[in-house]
Design a protein around this ligand. Structure first.
Ligand code: 5BU
Length: 452
């Protein structure tokens, strides 16, 4: 007999597992899809499978064997043929006429049944099937499963007193496929993420409301932006990527009532002047109660960043309430950002960004640990103690032809559990920037409420 791994790889050739993006019955998106039905079409494999399953536990206990319809029916049949344990058949629905029986075949009350299932996910379908067998007076002590998707089903059934024996787990399968080069590291990571994510969801993890975030986010800028958010019923940050002082001030005046912060790239202003540009911008910010977020994306050693932050033409430290910074230079490089809140760049929105999972995980550790950091920019969910800022939001388009990738506010709140959406061209390029800001404000607030 070949090894279990060799056997699995033979099965895999039949196309039983596919990797990509699949929507499950529950509506959840899964990075893999399993269908074991093709196994029944290869008699040699089906026979081997039956023997692998039968070898997993002592058989003297069982009087009958039953497969959960339909995928496990041929498996149970093959196991019956190999072991001489008699087969009973469970119907999917009771017959409309005649006996109305749910279990067919020869059995007597008090017999013990070995139940066979192809794939176990949440355990819900087994929990429906088992009582239907038990109602006939048959006991079910053991369930034998070909593949465990590791989404809580085994634990659930075991908590109800059933013994669950699984031939393969999805983690084990991934390891084998990775070793053979059938899937890449990214896919393995995605699957691991999915498996842990799903378990978390299983325990009903909810996003935190702004009120709850106020309780746990201690940074003064986090407190301020959350309070503004609640006062204005807005989570919108407009990115003012315009190139003259006049355009900047006009835009700030128009969108001011609807935003929590105005995001600037101050170095693109052609006619920057500390008094004309900044003093006036600060006045508008005070009048409409929003913060100034300079998207400087600092990315140097601490000493240089300190100079860039406090000196030069823009003297950012004089006026910005919050700044963005890379964490690429390490923890200490962030020490210089005093009297300001730092939003750390953990992952970017553009196509082909190098901020892969490993980078993001390491960057997130720094962001969580550093007292100057209160938020992160990411296209993924980040820990609750940080506020999440999501750029790349546009309702009307999916990209800009220059690598930017857009999502909707609904996606950002539902899937990423974001706290703030950042919209640039969706607002300042609109015919009526004020109306566009109002529109994004309403859409963002609705999406936030729905994500609670
Ligand atoms: P847009 O016009 O909505 O595409 O502008 C997005 C703004 O957010 C723009 O100023 C970018 O510099 C900024 N941005 C981003 O788009 N993606 C990122 O990952 C980060 C910042 Br970090």
């Amino acid at each position: 007999m070949e090894t279990k791994k060799e056997f699995f790889l033979e099965c895999y050739k039949l196309g039983i597992i596919k990797f990509g993006k699949f929507t499950l019955k529950s509506g959840i998106e899964s990075p893999f899809y399993v269908d074991l039905r093709p196994l029944a079409s290869d008699p040699k494999i089906l026979k081997s499978l039956a023997n692998y399953l039968l070898d997993m536990l002592p058989l003297d206990n069982f009087d009958v064997i039953c497969g959960v319809p339909y995928a496990a029916l041929p498996m149970a049949t093959a196991m019956s043929l190999e072991s001489y344990i008699p087969l009973i058949i469970k119907r999917k629905e009771a017959k409309q006429h005649g006996t109305k029986k749910l279990i067919e075949g020869i059995f007597t009350k008090g017999q013990n049944c070995l139940l066979v299932e192809d794939v176990i996910t949440s355990g819900a379908s087994l929990l429906e099937t088992i009582p239907e067998i038990e109602n006939e007076g048959i006991t079910v002590s053991d369930i034998i499963v070909v593949l465990d998707r590791q989404q809580g089903g085994k634990e659930l059934l075991e908590s109800k007193g059933y013994r669950v024996h699984t031939l393969f787990t999805i983690s084990e399968v991934c390891k084998m496929l990775r070793a053979e080069g059938h899937i890449d590291e990214d896919e393995v990571l995605r699957i691991n993420d999915f498996l842990t994510g799903n378990k978390v969801k299983f325990e009903e993890e909810k996003r935190l409301s702004y009120e709850q975030k106020l309780e746990i986010c201690e940074h003064s800028v986090a407190q301020k932006i959350l309070q503004i958010s609640l006062e204005k019923k807005s989570n919108l940050i407009v990115s003012a990527d315009v190139t003259t002082t006049q355009e900047l001030l006009e835009l700030a005046e128009k969108v001011g009532p609807h935003i929590v912060a105005l995001k600037t790239h101050i170095d693109i202003i052609l006619d920057f002047d500390a008094d004309e540009t900044i003093l006036k911008l600060k006045d508008i910010a005070t009048k409409h109660n929003f913060l100034l977020m300079e998207d400087r994306k600092f990315a140097d050693i601490g000493n240089t960043q300190e100079l860039q932050f406090a000196y030069g033409t823009f003297k950012i430290s004089n006026w910005a309430d919050l700044v963005t910074a890379q964490v690429i230079a390490g923890y200490d490089s962030l020490d210089c950002f005093r009297n300001v809140g730092v939003v750390a760049i953990l992952g970017m929105s553009s196509k082909g960004t190098l901020t892969d999972r490993n980078y993001q995980d390491e960057a997130t550790k720094i962001a969580v640990a550093h007292p100057n950091v209160f938020g992160g920019v990411s296209q993924r969910q980040i820990p609750n103690e940080l506020l999440l800022f999501t750029p790349g939001i546009n309702i009307n388009t999916s990209g800009d032809g220059k690598g930017q990738q857009y999502n909707t506010p609904e996606h950002a709140f539902r899937n990423l559990k974001t706290d703030f959406i950042i919209v640039g061209r969706g607002v300042y390029k609109a015919d009526d920037a004020e109306m566009a800001a109002l529109h994004y404000k309403i859409a963002g607030w609705k999406a936030y409420r729905e994500s609670l």
